[in-house]
Design a protein around this ligand. Structure first.
Ligand code: UGA
Length: 442
């Protein structure tokens, strides 16, 4: 049986969650304070690139199971389950998370809750936030103690957002052990289709659920920085980090995924989440326990400078006046997201050092222009590479893996390719007369 649910906040997470809940058979009302976003979504337009999302959005708008509004009054009256899906970005000039949007949702909704309701938090928050928000809700809501807050963190990846929502590895639900309510029963009903497919549901306390999310991202970030640190050793020793990752990845305890060395991690999640985690651990008096995350962050950020340096050496010692082609600007392939993108950062740094940088990305050009309007944006990979002194592949789009080094050779000024994601076949490029430079490979 379908539930009437609301999804509060229609950014990346919320828009995906709303459409996916409709896909699971629920009647969904998405809510956002930005009238532009609401209008776009009601028109069936996804404001960002995410494979498969537009189709299910349009299908359920047409089928009447999904719509969007700016009104919290409508939201409170509509459903008895409210998902909280707004963003928690890094505070300016601090490591900690900015909870303004999360608090604004609670403060807008609470006074309108006159009947029993469950609020399910999905946003990534510092541990302890859910307990505070729960108390705030109960204090303000006319329904008082009949309003329950539980935490259901989201683990989806951009580029696989719909698939990760509908077929997740696991579901986590944190409930307030001191106030048993209906959150677990409702969650089981809402995700019944997933549970029937044997997706595990772990019911925990609130703090464990909040922490499980940041711990997962901290682990992934650590894994990437680990292999990037190993890549430096490989370079010094003449070893190949790609083969090394294959060799250790066969061990199930290690696993091959997230062991790709390159220019490091970016995006709207991993970087800000490990910083907020360090900040929260400090507040809890256990900053020392998370001190290694500072090194994880340092290793990661140093990849960007290292790529600029590698390019400087490859073009003869100075970036001044050098023509550099940058292929890929999104923080990862199949996304147009350039938040804290290592690729865009490297492109920008090189331009600021006097290089003429031409950037091509299959999907992210518009988002790049907004944050970095002064770079030159090409409309094809070939155009970006015209007369280039070096070609840098900084996001591993399939289109770049498929590039034919033979046909590109006639276009460039010098046959130098720097593979910032180790996604090209070195033998093939070298055979076509290119100088190939990867990360952590001879
Ligand atoms: C990440 C997590 O993977 C999700 O589980 C989590 O739900 C999400 O953050 C979130 O907190 O919302 P996402 O930011 O979409 O998802 O991207 P990832 O696929 O994790 O990639 C992050 C960055 O790491 C990218 O810049 C990618 O290029 C880089 N990366 C990834 C590497 O440099 N090497 C690898 O081996 C893997």
């Amino acid at each position: 049986m379908g539930h009437r649910i609301t999804v509060l906040g229609t950014g990346y997470l919320g828009a995906t969650h709303a459409a996916s809940m409709a896909e699971l058979g629920h009647d969904v009302l998405g809510v956002d304070v930005d009238p532009g976003k609401v209008a776009k979504l009601n028109d069936g337009e996804v404001p960002f690139y995410e494979p498969g999302l537009q189709q299910i959005l349009q299908a359920h708008l047409a089928g009447g199971r999904l719509r969007f509004t700016g009104s919290y009054a409508e939201a409170a009256a509509w459903g008895d389950v409210h998902f909280l899906t707004v963003g928690t970005p890094q505070k300016t000039g601090e490591l900690s998370a900015d909870l303004t949007a999360v608090e604004a949702v609670i403060d807008s909704l609470a006074p309108l809750l006159t009947t029993p309701a469950v609020v399910l938090g999905k946003s990534t928050v510092p541990v302890g936030t859910a307990a505070v928000l729960g108390a705030r809700l109960r204090a303000v809501a006319p329904a008082g103690d009949e309003v329950e807050l539980a935490w259901n963190p989201e683990f989806l990846r951009e580029g696989f957002a719909v698939q990760d929502t509908i077929h997740p590895d696991r579901l986590v639900l944190g409930v307030d052990a001191d106030r048993p309510g209906t959150a677990e029963r409702l969650t089981r009903e809402i995700y019944a289709q997933l549970l029937a497919e044997d997706v595990p549901l772990l019911v925990t306390d609130l703090a464990t659920a909040e922490l499980a999310k940041v711990a997962a991202n901290a682990f992934l970030a650590t894994k990437i920085s680990f292999i990037n640190a190993i890549a430096d050793v490989c370079e010094a020793a003449g070893a190949d980090v790609v083969r090394l990752a294959d060799a250790i990845g066969y061990d199930d305890r290690i696993g091959r995924r997230f062991l790709n060395a390159g220019i490091g991690f970016g995006g709207g999640c991993l970087p800000k989440d490990i910083r907020a985690f360090m900040a929260r651990a400090g507040e809890l008096g256990v900053g020392h326990a998370m001190a290694f995350l500072r090194e994880v962050d340092n290793v990661n950020m140093s990849r960007r400078a290292a790529m600029v340096e590698r390019t400087r050496l490859a073009v003869g010692g100075s970036l001044l006046g050098a023509r550099v082609a940058v292929l890929g600007a999104a923080f990862k392939p199949d996304s147009d997201d350039v938040r804290d993108s290592p690729a865009l950062n490297v492109a920008g740094q090189m331009q600021l050092q006097g290089a003429a940088v031409s950037v091509y990305d299959p999907k992210a050009t518009e988002s790049c222009r907004r944050v970095f309007p002064t770079l030159t944006y090409a409309t094809t990979a070939l155009e970006a590479c015209t007369r280039a002194d070096a070609v840098l592949v900084l996001t591993e789009w399939e289109e770049f893996r498929q590039l034919a080094p033979e046909s590109l050779a006639g276009q460039v000024g010098a046959r130098v390719v720097i593979d910032g994601r180790n996604c090209l076949d070195p033998a093939r490029w070298r055979a076509a007369g290119w100088t190939y430079l990867g990360v952590g490979r001879p």
